[in-house]
Design a protein around this ligand. Structure first.
Ligand SMILES: [Zn+2]
Length: 459
């Protein structure tokens, strides 16, 4: 898989004809009124995005090639209400429906489709995080794993996060001045008003970092990060002009953090690095981050855990947060652990990450590190896991199976006890993870969620 993925990254012509089969993690269909809601494996999604500056309007049309394995009503999602939907060339309607345990909502096409390949075309307005200025437009597709329906579907039609999709943007600026695009894809300038962005074939709805602003809005530094594997990885770090920390210091910090990660976890997994140092929060993307200065190290680690190997569902989201805090805490070991959690046991269609991950989840990783210390501890396992499974979605079960196989042990009882506890009240009732730290100097939650108001301000 590693070889294949690398080959394809370097061969754009082939990438178009390649799509991952993600049916292993395809969510089960469910009954929605009289319809059978069927999840699809998206193969390719082309987004035509228009920013009409004089009209102060932004909108997108997504053309999605997808495969279904059973006859039913296809599921997709977008926070914005679509203005038009076509399935295989026919206008169809869609409805927002609740999943069976009411854990989230998705959109369901009201026309039944046979199992097989289909073409879905969805048009919708883009209204979130768009601001038209006298010079052009500010727009971003920033995501969150802590609020439901917070990934790419917040802005554009998208699938659940199990699904790797070949995604391309065609961006059309109408009567904008010069625009800068910060993104973790390959940008091609067609002319001053038209750009295309091609993203790696293994990206999912959590992967894309996209931010466009009028040129010269930010101060930035562009440099090559020298990886331990010899690559010169193109990097850009940017921040508001006049920030109290110099951009050179931000570059030095990022380089220092990455050097430490590469020494412990092997070469950086991504072909480029994009970072926006801003505000009071943090969010990770594939080879990209948006973070306050104090959260940069945490978010960079997610380019290994979360956006290197990738959670397949909300019930796997705790793993990468637990590991990122474990890393920035100095990879501690813990001999015993009190309490339990349900971090991996939320209702089936849950998309968000359980915030117990930062505290209790990190302590659980420290417990595993201690339990496996005679076999080298977590570090060599993770280094191996990140590189043998890179860009592969995993469930909590996949992760624990991989540990069992690597260490030749059976950790199932530990996972059952500490992350799937459905037998009794959550540990929150017996142990407050924010105050009952039993590891000295454990940090507080390192990336408080950006508020919507703050994101708007940081555009
Ligand atoms: Zn995190």
């Amino acid at each position: 898989m590693k070889f294949l993925a690398l080959l394809l990254i370097g061969t754009p012509a082939l990438a178009h004809s390649f799509a991952y089969d993600d049916s292993a993690h395809l969510p089960q269909s469910f009954q929605a009124n009289q319809l059978k809601a069927v999840f699809a494996d998206f193969k390719q999604a082309n987004y035509e995005i228009t920013y009409d500056v004089p009209a102060k309007k932004a909108y997108a049309t997504a053309t999605i090639q997808l495969a279904t394995l059973e006859t039913g009503n296809i599921v997709f999602d977008s926070a914005e209400e679509p203005t038009a939907v076509q399935l295989d060339g026919q206008a169809v309607s869609q409805k927002l429906v609740s999943t069976p345990s009411r854990e989230t909502k998705v959109r369901v096409i009201q026309t039944q489709a046979a199992a097989g390949m289909h073409r879905l075309v969805i048009t919708l307005p883009i209204t979130r995080l768009v601001e038209f200025t006298s010079e052009g437009v500010k727009s971003a597709y920033w995501t969150t794993d802590l609020t439901d329906r917070g990934y790419l579907e917040r802005y554009l039609p998208a699938n659940y996060i199990f699904d790797r999709v070949q995604m391309n943007f065609k961006i059309h600026f109408i009567r904008a001045g010069a625009q800068t695009i910060y993104t973790n894809g390959v940008v091609t300038e067609i002319d001053a008003q038209n750009y295309s962005v091609e993203y790696p074939v293994y990206y999912n709805a959590t992967s894309i970092f996209f931010h466009t602003v009028p040129a010269n809005t930010f101060e930035e530094v562009r440099f090559d990060f020298k990886s331990i594997d010899g690559r010169a990885i193109p990097a850009v770090i940017y921040q508001a002009k006049g920030a109290s920390t110099s951009i050179e210091t931000q570059q030095a910090n990022v380089t220092r953090y990455l050097n430490a990660m590469e020494a412990a976890m092997g070469p950086f997994l991504h072909p480029s690095l994009t970072g926006y140092v801003a505000g009071e929060g943090g969010m990770e993307y594939n080879g990209a981050f948006m973070a306050s200065e104090s959260a940069v190290n945490h978010e960079l680690f997610h380019s290994y855990a979360a956006r290197g190997v990738m959670p397949a569902d909300g019930n796997a989201g705790w793993i990468d947060e637990a590991l990122a805090v474990w890393w920035t805490s100095g990879m501690p070991a813990l001999s015993s652990l009190q309490g339990s959690s349900q971090m991996a046991a939320h209702p089936y269609y849950t998309r968000t990450t359980d915030t117990d991950a930062y505290g209790f989840g990190m302590q659980f990783m420290a417990l595993l590190n201690a339990a496996l210390s005679t076999k080298g501890g977590l570090k060599p396992f993770l280094k191996n896991y990140f590189h043998t499974q890179m860009f592969t979605p995993y469930s909590t079960r996949d992760f624990s199976d991989a540990m069992n196989a690597y260490f030749s042990v059976d950790l199932d009882d530990l996972f059952l006890k500490y992350v799937y506890d459905t037998s009794k009240a959550s540990f929150r009732e017996t142990l407050n993870p924010r105050t009952n730290w039993r590891i000295e100097a454990t940090p507080k939650l390192e990336h408080p969620q950006y508020s919507d108001e703050e994101l708007q301000k940081l555009l």
